[in-house]
Design a protein around this ligand. Structure first.
Ligand SMILES: Cc1cc2nc3c(=O)[nH]c(=O)nc-3n(C[C@H](O)[C@H](O)[C@H](O)COP(=O)(O)O)c2cc1C
Length: 206
């Protein structure tokens, strides 16, 4: 992969479109790889920075930047496991040890996990709904950027996207929510096609 790509400067002319059969093929066959099927290697520092920069180019009405990222790599994934363990025991005090250990290991399933935090400014004239949609678009951009950079990925929420203890430990403010945890790594095995919407059931013409 080409490294050190120059970021466009403010006002630089950019292509309005860029026909790429390869990009169309990537999107046409895009598939998530379940976190349990991820392994090393994950993106290195430079590639991850590029993936996040691309993710942050999602459409954003009135440039609110209604999102931020928290990166988990290496030992931070294990440390976050301690948070997951405590939060899970508080939710399910009767859970057996095996289940607790499984919850504790969640982030160890992939070499890199990025929490995409949706950050809504309720006083901004851009509606909350649109700010939330931007955070979703950021997650999708991240999946595509990961794939185009040679890495498998999955967008996950699971219980710890909603658990107040976990959110407090992550330092989320009242106006913030987890849009998703994007797990990234290499696929242990290739994913298979899943059912897709029947286009004639979801497309009409006005
Ligand atoms: C907001 C959001 C949350 C999701 N949370 C989970 C999850 O917690 N666990 C899971 O297995 N899949 C979750 N998914 C679904 C997967 O990311 C993935 O889309 C799904 O497995 C289908 O694969 P595909 O992306 O190849 O279509 C979530 C998707 C979205 C958009």
């Amino acid at each position: 992969m080409e490294k050190n790509l120059r970021a466009p400067k403010l006002g630089d002319p950019l292509p309005a479109s860029r026909a790429s059969a390869e990009a169309v093929e990537l999107l046409r066959l895009r598939r998530s790889t379940p976190a349990d099927f991820l392994t090393n290697p994950g993106p290195d520092e430079q590639t991850l920075a590029s993936i996040l920069t691309i993710a942050a180019r999602a459409p954003d009405h009135r440039r609110v930047t209604p999102f931020r990222f928290v990166i988990f790599e290496g030992d931070a994934r294990r440390r976050f496991g301690d948070v997951l363990r405590e939060a899970f025991i508080a939710r399910e005090p009767d859970a057996d040890k095996k289940r607790v250990a499984c919850e504790q290991r969640r982030f160890l399933r992939a070499p890199v996990v990025v929490a995409v935090v949706s950050k809504v400014d309720r006083n901004h004239r851009t509606p909350e709904w649109e700010q939330v949609l931007t955070a979703g678009a950021v997650c999708q951009n991240m999946l595509i950027a990961a794939s185009a950079s040679g890495f498998a990925a999955q967008w996950i929420t699971e219980w710890y996207a909603y658990d107040v203890r976990v959110l407090v430990a992550l330092g989320l403010e009242e106006s913030e929510r987890i849009a998703g945890y994007i797990y990234m790594g290499s696929a242990k095995e290739a994913p298979k096609e899943r059912a897709r919407p029947m286009m004639d059931q979801i497309v009409t013409r006005f």
